[in-house]
Design a protein around this ligand. Structure first.
Ligand code: FPP
Length: 262
């Protein structure tokens, strides 16, 4: 994901009516921290994996809704570098869930013109997940309707460290002048340099942390916190978050007058 930040990154769109109101501005890129699966399950005296399983239904809803609304990029935080330290049965259950969903949702991706992309240290994933990700990435690589980016085994600090390492190696090889390194040239070494930065980051379950998600790319994102646990995240609640975003005044460090040309 690159560091480009412009006002035009938010397209005005005649969005379909939902929750009783039309959306005024549709973000180009939405990123989501899907939080609260464990609490959802605990409240129902169910194993945590049931929360994740029900969370997968919300994943399908947001993917379909983003496509319908013309949101061009959707990044979902599916598994963090920190999540590897969770109990083995939960990690294993999540990996099986990823395989099942990648298997079952390929048709939906193809039907809707959606390209699947993974970002993160995928070398740590079990072969079954890596193979299924690679299969879906390959099968959907020519889709141009929307990019669905799954952050799996992803950590923002890891991403920055690997970018720094690549640049340091290029400098040592004499290919890069350290004095010439800029924000733009740095961003070209992130995992997905062609993807524009998120305009909106939603986190569910009332948590207000960034939790090592897209540390570079969220620099100018609007953050909207939803009180809803991820498995209960509905179309209406998603629209409410989009409407909160539409009502925000994005200035990118400039004055109101500069942004609006007044
Ligand atoms: C955070 O909730 C959620 C995760 C670590 C996993 C997200 C995974 C899914 C929604 C499963 C389906 C995903 C795909 C892409 C098919 P938590 O467990 O931290 O919740 P808690 O804070 O209530 O414990």
């Amino acid at each position: 994901m690159g560091s480009e930040v412009t006002e035009s990154s938010v397209a005005s769109a005649e969005a379909p009516k939902a929750a009783g109101a039309a959306l005024a501005a549709v973000p180009r890129h939405v990123a989501i921290i899907m939080d609260g699966n464990g609490r959802w399950a605990k409240r129902r005296f169910l194993p945590r994996i049931e929360g994740h399983r029900n969370g997968a239904k919300s994943v399908r809803m947001v993917v379909e809704e983003c496509r319908r609304l013309g949101i061009r990029y959707l990044t979902l935080f599916a598994f963090s570098t920190e999540n590897w330290r969770r109990p083995q049965d939960e990690v294993g259950g999540l990996m099986s869930l990823f395989v099942q969903h990648l298997e079952s949702e390929l048709g939906l991706l193809l039907k809707n013109g959606i390209r699947l992309r993974a970002m993160g240290d995928t070398s740590r994933l079990p072969a079954s997940v890596r193979e299924m990700l690679a299969r879906n990435e390959e099968r959907t690589k020519d889709m141009t309707g929307m990019d669905l980016i799954l952050a799996v085994s992803y950590g923002g600090r890891d991403e920055l460290v690997q970018a720094a390492r690549k640049l340091a190696e290029a400098a040592r090889a004499g290919e890069v002048d350290p004095a010439a390194i800029s924000g733009e040239s740095f961003a070209r070494h992130l995992y997905l340099p062609d993807v524009p930065d998120p305009d909106l980051m939603i986190r569910t379950s009332d948590e207000t942390r960034i939790s090592n998600f897209l540390l570079w790319q969220l620099a100018y994102a609007e953050i909207v916190v939803s009180p809803v646990l991820w498995p209960d995240f509905s179309r209406d609640e998603f629209h409410r978050c989009l409407n909160v975003f539409a009502g925000r005044n994005r200035r990118f460090g400039l004055t109101q007058e500069q942004v609006h040309g007044a």
